[in-house]
Design a protein around this ligand. Structure first.
Ligand code: SF4
Length: 310
């Protein structure tokens, strides 16, 4: 069956409701989006489509983001490898060559990646720097930066999502709305203490239209997440979604190749934390058939927590 042709207005609508970005990326790769600059297209949709085209299809662009973050800004939280055998390395994933596409429009200009300054050596200083940050284009459309919330003193668990949503932007807190409710229900059902976790995102400002952050935006914001991990010193990290997982671990691969294993990262100050990867709750709201897989991921995390005596 031929893929449907989507107008820019349809694309914008699909993105607004958070429809599967893999599907959208597929259409981009297949050239089914048409001209995002066509009259009637929403600016946000055009920028998103161009950004995706500029960096390859959505999921394929994440490894680039991770690689940039790992090399350009240091990577003190670099992954120290998966501990569980049987998970194929990302390099084994079959390469997919996208069809030739017209040259994309230049990505929005961003400032140089931020140096997390000496003033951000503690939580108050880091929070202040994030709330005032204008280091990438996302600052222009945010209501407020969403720093993160929860237990900051060696929490058992740090939960890292992708980016704030609209409700998060309004509240200034992560994981509000239906996705946050589902996340708390999942943690509780798996026997994990969500009350004492610290919650944050890969980028601290909301991308309009629920689009994923661009590699440049991830690169600009990653130092803040690294410093948060170094300050919090969590024993375990739950990465929600492929973007968060790949940027945290500095690994390529689809979400399903990163799930099902216990990974590890080392913080800026040398502590090691285990990392488990699962679906983002917003994705589970759209595709509840993956809830069983998410349950297995959280059960794996629960076994880690139990084994560490937490
Ligand atoms: Fe700064 Fe991160 Fe917000 Fe970009 S997303 S403006 S880097 S805090």
């Amino acid at each position: 069956m031929n893929a449907p042709e989507l107008t820019p207005v349809q694309i914008a609508w699909l993105q607004e409701i958070g429809i599967d970005r893999r599907m959208l990326a597929h259409y981009v790769a297949q050239g089914e989006f048409g001209d995002p600059g066509e009259p009637g297209a929403r600016p946000g949709a055009a920028a998103a489509v161009q950004a995706r085209a500029a960096s390859g299809a959505a999921e394929r662009s994440v490894p680039a983001a991770a690689a940039v973050a790992a090399t350009a800004v240091g990577d003190p939280a670099a992954a120290v490898g998966a501990r569980r055998p049987g998970v194929p390395p990302a390099a084994d994933a079959p390469a997919r060559v996208p069809p030739a596409r017209p040259a994309p429009a230049p990505a929005p200009a961003i400032q140089a990646p931020p140096a997390v300054t000496e003033a951000a050596a503690d939580w108050d200083g880091l929070r202040e720097q994030v709330l005032e940050c204008r280091n990438c284009a996302l600052h222009g459309a945010r209501g407020r930066a969403v720093f993160g919330s929860g237990d900051t003193q060696s929490p058992q668990l740090m939960v890292v999502g992708e980016a704030p949503g609209g409700a998060d932007d309004r509240a200034g807190l992560p994981f509000q709305g239906k996705a946050g409710v589902l996340l708390q229900a999942m943690l509780a059902a798996a026997g994990l203490d969500g009350e004492t976790a610290f919650y944050t995102n890969l980028v601290k400002c909301r991308p309009l239209g629920n689009r994923p952050p661009t590699p440049e935006e991830v690169q600009a914001c990653m130092p803040y997440l690294r410093r948060q991990i170094a300050l919090a010193k969590p024993r375990h990290v739950l990465a929600l979604g492929g973007w968060a997982a790949q940027a945290l671990l500095g690994m390529e691969g689809e979400l399903d190749t990163l799930r099902g294993a216990v990974h590890a990262i080392r913080t800026e100050t040398g502590e090691e934390a285990s990392v488990v990867v699962t679906y983002h709750p917003a994705a589970l709201l759209l595709r509840p058939q993956h809830k069983a897989d998410a349950w297995r991921d959280l059960s794996l995390l629960r076994s880690l927590v139990a084994a560490s005596g937490d």
